[in-house]
Design a protein around this ligand. Sequence first.
Ligand code: PMP
Length: 359
Amino acid sequence: MKWKEQILNLKAYQPGKSIDEVKKMFNLEKITKLASNENPFGCSPVVNQMLQSYQPLRSLYPDGYAAKLREATAEFLNVSERQLIFGNGSDEIIQIISRALLKPGVNTIMPAPSFPQYRHNAIIEGAEIREVPLVDGAHDLSSMLAQIDEATAVVWLCSPNNPSGKYINEQGLVGFLNKVPDDILVVLDEAYYEYVVADDYYDSLELVKKHENLLVLRTFSKIYGLASFRVGYGFGQENLVQTLEPVREPFNTNVLGQAAAAAAIQDQDFVHACKEENRKGLEQFYQFCREHNLTYFPSQGNFILIDFNRDGDEVFQFLLSEGYIVRSGQALGYPTCVRVTVGSAEQNNGVIESMKKLW
Ligand code: PMP
């Protein structure tokens, strides 16, 4: 049975090595993790200050409606509260969508390589997976359209795409959305949205007004620096979001995460400062790549995929021994690359100096 074969082949998600594990392995004091696209500057001081005096009642369940966070996010985005869904990370919203809409007999279309959780959840639900290869790191939207048929339930888009860092431009996305039938859900994962610097980037808030089948995902794990709290959100038209709400677990976001995210969204100065620093950090890597004639993908996220023209696992292992945790491209569909999260200037210099030892 095809479904059983799929689930038996499923591997547990491997998020990469932890700092403690690498410390032990190499007997090193200092380990820098540049593997999961977290914010090297932490979170807003406003959040830290709030948490110092925040004493939620530990014995009570959190507010399942996440009212304060919902209110703050609705206000920030200028959408209604019923247009929002919160998850235990956007990971959970991907799971909710998959649970709601995927099953044996339907298919789901996604770019490849991209964020592995689209595929992972589709396997769990037993849906047919149609992966459409990226072209030069970018979505091949016309080939994705060509894959749609009457059994298609969900199309996933990731912009900027993890791991290639490329975004979909406005013209491409608008043309695509106009051609996708209304009864097929389009999920636009914008986990790295806040890092984008591009004139032809689209406005997803405007696009959801026009497309009842569009759900946009964002997260507090990346630029907001709250990955440990696990809060992500989705927005779309009210009807769409309200069809997904019953699939969500009742108390899916935790009390500290809700409070931290509600505070974080108020501090857009912190967000802008991190975006600026990220641009400078990317430049450090671009310069290194140019100096060493390495191919890289210009990135709109807080990570960069560098082609070392040799086994990505080898580069990964070498950098581990130097105290830097990055991601091997072997696991990401780019076998001769590694993906490095852009860190602070000092962290970037450090990992670049270690990379130079490869020659
Ligand atoms: N989407 C993309 C493209 C990602 O890269 C990530 C995290 N690496 C996520 C979603 C999930 O983020 P979170 O669950 O922390 O919100």
